[in-house]
Design a protein around this ligand. Structure first.
Ligand SMILES: [Fe+2]
Ligand SMILES: [Fe+2]
Length: 333
């Protein structure tokens, strides 16, 4: 098939088809008729498919003749995101499309996890992380596509996902060829969970613009302790995850919290999480201010360089220069 064809249509393999709701496929389905060398619309999105219809669609998919419009893939990305393992074997997606599916998957997974931070949910999250770690480990240069899917929306789930994508980019740039699957997974979990304790801070305090009285500030700063207790309950004892959480508000010049540590006493995981968290916070829209674009956020961090690890700020600058940060289509499904 021609490149032009592949630009317009995406093949629906049997595995992708399995991720669809059976009775009502969420997108228009197309079939390739090899006799005439043309694609025809076969089934309308959301229309009901009876059992015979389902069998026919399954057969066409097995024959490799079932397609959807490439533009439509975002519509079903949330279905795909429930079967992330598939991304390791499917070859039809572009790296940006895969990055978007990962973004949506983690955003949704984190929303659920923040609502119910329990063991069962954690297991699902860890499974998703292992798929992402494997995907990046196979080809670390894929990390550059993660930064094209960052989102401006500010919610704890989006902030956590953005932080993970930014932090993993730094981690891969820092580790180079020595990057390990296990290391990627541990850093990813730390970045996703760094603000877990924020679920215990009332929303009106989190969103306050001015007049943070001492009690509000204490309540916000307490998200570290609250988070650590939650990690304990979840039996998470990995030092990388603990350091990410405990130290992401510490600053090299001793101006951070909760322990007012200086640079020499802050772990690498804590420093990496601090940069990723600050950058992620700046590019998000808050109720009281608009977001910074990525260049403005990077400049703000460079100006504050006494507070952050200089090697990480340098890596961030390099990664920014290389990749098209936030240039891709926004994940808005
Ligand atoms: Fe925090
Ligand atoms: Fe944060």
């Amino acid at each position: 098939m021609t490149d032009f064809f592949e630009e317009i249509y995406l093949q629906i393999s049997a595995t992708i088809l399995e991720s669809f709701p059976k009775f009502r496929p969420p997108v228009d389905l197309y079939v390739f008729d090899s006799a005439v060398g043309q694609v025809k619309k076969f089934h309308k999105a959301e229309a009901r498919l009876d059992t015979d219809g389902q069998a026919e669609v399954a057969m066409i998919a097995t024959e490799g003749r079932l397609f959807l419009l490439r533009d439509d893939y975002r519509i079903y990305a949330s279905h795909l995101s429930k079967r992330l393992g598939m991304l390791l074997v499917e070859e039809g997606f572009s790296p940006v499309e895969v990055a978007e599916i990962f973004f949506l998957a983690f955003r949704d997974r984190m929303e659920q996890f923040f609502e119910q931070p329990q063991k069962g949910m954690l297991e699902l999250l860890v499974k998703d992380i292992s798929v992402l770690a494997e995907y990046l480990w196979i080809d670390p240069s894929r990390v550059e596509f993660l930064t094209q899917t960052l989102d401006k929306e500010y919610s704890l789930a989006v902030h956590s996902t953005n932080s993970m994508f930014i932090g993993l980019t730094l981690h891969v740039h820092a580790a180079g060829r020595a990057v390990e699957k296990d290391g990627l997974a541990r850093v990813a979990l730390g970045l996703l969970l760094h603000d877990l304790g924020m679920t215990q801070v009332p929303r009106f305090i989190r969103d306050k613009q001015h007049f943070l009285v001492r009690r509000d500030r204490e309540s916000i700063e307490n998200h570290i302790d609250a988070g650590l207790k939650m990690l304990q309950r979840l039996k998470i004892a990995d030092p990388v995850v603990l350091e990410c959480m405990r130290q992401h508000h510490e600053r090299n010049d001793g101006s951070g919290y909760p322990d007012r540590r200086f640079g020499k006493d802050i772990s690498m995981a804590g420093k990496l999480c601090a940069v990723a968290d600050s950058f992620s916070a700046m590019i998000g829209v808050r109720p009281y201010r608009s977001s910074k674009d990525v260049a403005e956020a990077a400049i703000a961090l460079i100006k504050d360089k006494r507070k952050y690890e200089p090697t990480l700020i340098k890596l961030l600058g390099e990664a920014l220069a290389e990749g098209g940060w936030m240039n891709g289509a926004k994940a808005s499904v």
